[in-house]
Design a protein around this ligand. Sequence first.
Ligand code: SF4
Ligand code: MSK
Length: 623
Amino acid sequence: MKEEILKKSIDPTVHDMLAVAEAAHLETAWDRYQKQLPQCGFGETGVCCRNCSMGPCRIDLFGDGPTKGVCGATADIIVARNLLRMIAAGAAAHSDHGRDIAHTLVLTAKGKGGGYEIKDVAKLHRLAAEYGIPTEGRTKEEIALDLGKAAYAEFGNQEGPIRFTRRAPAKRVALWEKLNIDPRGIDREIVECLHRTHIGVDNDAVNLILHGLRTSLGDGWGGSMIATELSDVLFGTPKPIWSEANMGVLDEKMVNILVHGHEPTLSEMIVAASQDPELVALAKSKGAEGIKLVGTCCTGNEVLMRHGIPPAGNFLQQELLIMTGAVEAVIVDVQCIMPALGPLAGCFHTKFISTSYKAKFPGATHIEFHEEHAFETAKQIVRTAIEAFPNRMKDKVHIPKEKSALMAGFSVEAIVGALGGTLDPLLEAIKSGAIQGIVAVVGCNNPKIQHDYGHINLVKELIKHNILVVNTGCNAIACAKAGLLLPEAAEMAGDGLKAVCKALGIPPVLHMGSCVDISRILVACAAIANALGVDISDLPVAGAAPEWMSEKAVSIGAYVVASGIYTVLGIAPPVLGSMSVVELLTAGAEGVVGGKFAVEPDPFKAAALIVDHVAAKRRALGI
Ligand code: SF4
Ligand code: MSK
């Protein structure tokens, strides 16, 4: 294998498929990244502004060029404004997802849900109690209607608080209130980001960043948490489940359908449609042995968590999956879907099917999905995939063999279940030092970092130091492919963590779901802090995103830090053009919210930073 291919990823399926791509002259994100080099230094450091037509303006950091934009904006102002816009976009993406789930719950409660039903009634009752919605003597639909409407209303709140923020420890809420960063309404904070960053409005870097924290909190403890909680009510709360991961899950004899994107509404119905006897019979009539549904990115995580549908790869593998020539259809909704997929699918028999009115793509077949007709549309989409099977070009089929078994499905409820119904055994393990701390490792892939290298090495180092890892998103898929989501992976952990995992029969790395499910991690941190009578910022916990790339990740990082958690990024956000902003994010923030950022691309050094941080927090707690 060529050196330059090996350098791109640590995953053998990726090596295999990059060789196929090269031979067939098919372009990938890695090729396009190379063509972008050297990337623009103004963009990279965040000092380019296009917020009005007197610009574009950029600040010359090293030469004797301009130090201010036409309006007088300095590097500090431009960098902070740009960061705020990234947070707004990321928070908007997660929160719009949450809004769609609330909408589906309302429709389902009204009997207009096109095939959905309320699956977790116990959780519905718990959430209703949180919102003060009466449950006594009422049907699940009546309760769900009130809950859906209450959650829906929080997007447009003019005044806070947002209900789920009150799950945080009282000390944390009081701090947010004192700093005036307790989010009011989810949409309101996002709109205010755009207002503040319009020319001539907020020109104070600290004031801008504080509002970024408020907006991101409306995402983590608002939009994302609503997405997670209401998805559990509708589709069921995940429980431990077995599956397998990586490109080897594709099956040459089957109609292979890949679901990709983020929202579970469509993919839940695709799961049902792919098991429909009439459609299975149709697949067989076309010469296939059946229908194989696989996933990627967070739609993949959603259907893995609830149905054990295997993830076939993470973000940077999406193009390679089409290049196997064995995928009949890629069905997408929103987020993280490369526009490169349409033209690429055109080189194969693969149908690239877009489904959201919000997300159309060149080269896609658009079959619009509306919740009211969910199952019917899902069947139409699966039928389209089956019809493509006879067009498969046999000489173009190349499926890498590698795959790994995995155990996923660790919602907070499932973790408490595995602990015997209470958090106490986990608290005891933390106090005794068997588990030194808990670290969330999340986020995407990015061709700037060798694919999966950051994820896997960071996670392995952490478990070696008796740190329990919880993960979501593309990190979870990376760990699944590397066999880290298996109870046997406890052998790679330090003695304390190994013993705990063996006693409970769980992996040392717990897959908690999709990107919006980072809200599950916030809930777990809040529960642990409340049980110990401390704030989240006192806990021996940390966050990390070793290969992040999306604006959603910026919002996530911001709400994790604003929740009091130290967070290590593998790639610097575009803020290096302002030393004041860098100082605020990597040092000053700690004195304000109890959490801060660090940037460390080397996963071994990142692990060392986190291990030191966890040890310092333990000392401060006296454990
Ligand atoms: Fe230039 Fe200021 Fe306009 Fe930005 S807002 S483009 S810095 S003049
Ligand atoms: S899918 S946001 S590439 S984790 Fe949630 Fe993966 Fe990042 Fe998308």
